[in-house]
Ligand binder design. Structure first.
Ligand code: COA
Length: 269
């Protein structure tokens, strides 16, 4: 194995090993489409993506419709919501994610220990601002391995089968590439079909070793296009988040007004 990373807390990964000619072709095509789309339509695309992405799993074998899923980078102020997301994972999923039966306490320690300066955390929020999917791109603490990164991901059960896992993988790979990373590692259980599919689809070769599987993805060098694509994706995701936050505030104000009105009505009776 070319490169092995060591982290204070285990993160499940996969080892992949095939170079993709252009792993971001889909994202770049989306970007070209978006550039050619009027602002109002682009905003609608981000608010109400096609059913394949937001409304439920795709009907058996239907082709994936390219859609811009707003994936934003998360800072330390999202730590509590990251913990809440991971705590919502069922025991089996925690095992798949961390490689051991992570308790709530383990998860809190993991989230408390997240290094937002060194690593990159990506998230997908729904319109209620619940973190429904997240990925951790972990960089090694040691300089010797500074061209490698390790990928871990989780999607809430209610949001699975809509391509979020795959999109987070693509987003993390794009960021890693732009950050000068040449190899991305993932480690998973051999039975983790969904994760292994994501890795293979991205051009990875999965190596199985009994119950474990490792994947290693060689990333191409960054280009101006890959860097601009990432900036645009991040900006659009930030705008999407702000719009959701404003809508949430507005709903809270309406709920408070409604409550006050009800209290006023009942005091008059
Ligand atoms: C692995 C995981 C992130 C996948 O998330 P997801 O959003 O459902 O994945 P996607 O919708 O992008 O699907 C990716 C592929 O897996 C397939 N897939 C999804 N769930 C599947 C399942 N239970 N069995 C078989 N294939 C499955 C999808 O059909 C898709 O394949 P396709 O592109 O050929 O159609 C999610 O299942 C999860 O959070 N699991 C628990 C944590 C974990 O295992 N993390 C990975 C280790 S770090």
């Amino acid at each position: 194995m070319g490169c092995r990373l060591y982290f204070s807390l285990p993160i499940r990964t996969i080892l992949v090993g095939k170079t993709r000619e252009n792993p971001y072709i889909e994202a770049m095509n989306e970007l070209k489409d978006l550039r050619a789309t009027p602002l109002v339509e682009a905003r609608q695309t981000m608010q109400t993506p096609p059913s394949s992405a937001m409304d439920g799993p795709r009907a058996g074998g239907a082709p994936r419709i390219p859609v811009m899923v707003p994936i934003r980078s998360l800072g330390a102020n999202h730590r509590d919501r990251i913990a809440a997301h991971l705590i919502r994972l069922e025991p089996r999923d925690r095992y798949l994610r961390f490689g051991y039966a992570a308790s709530d306490e383990h998860i809190r320690r993991y989230t408390d220990g997240l290094d937002f300066e060194r690593d990159e955390i990506f998230g997908i929020y729904n319109r209620k601002l619940e973190l429904i999917a997240m990925a951790h791109l972990a960089y090694p603490a040691e300089k010797t391995y500074d061209s490698c990164a390790e990928f871990g991901v989780s999607v809430l059960k209610s949001a699975r089968g809509r391509g979020f896992g795959a999109r987070l993988f693509e987003r993390a790979a794009m960021h890693a590439r732009n950050d000068g990373i040449t190899q991305m590692f993932i480690h998973a259980l051999s039975e983790n079909t969904a994760m292994l599919k994501i890795a293979k689809r991205a051009g990875a070769i999965v190596q199985r070793d009994g119950a474990e599987a490792e994947a290693h993805l060689i990333l191409p060098a960054a280009t101006l296009d890959s860097q601009i694509t990432e900036i645009v994706h991040e900006q659009m995701a930030q705008v999407d988040y702000r719009m959701k936050a404003q809508a949430q505030q507005f709903r809270n104000i309406l709920a408070a007004l409604q409550k006050a009105r009800c209290a006023d009505d009942s005091s008059r009776r």
